[in-house]
Write a protein that binds this ligand. Sequence first.
Ligand SMILES: [Zn+2]
Length: 83
Amino acid sequence: MPIYEYIASDPEKGCRSCRNGFELRRPADREPLEVCPLCKSPVKKVISKINTPKITKPMSVTDAKKAGFTILEKRCDGNYEKL
Ligand SMILES: [Zn+2]
């Protein structure tokens, strides 16, 4: 059974569960859940994490160097120093 993630469509009105989002195991052929089972506030389905591209963390200096980038850091005197 797939797990769906839901979150309150109006976070102001939801309960503790749906305000932060909750997961629900539900048969795929079942109609989508429209209200929170706890507080009956309208909820919307969160697009599955699997389908969302992973947020790439900012490249660190080390990673950048490994990838062949030249890191230049601006010094207070206005010059750039090659790291
Ligand atoms: Zn709720």
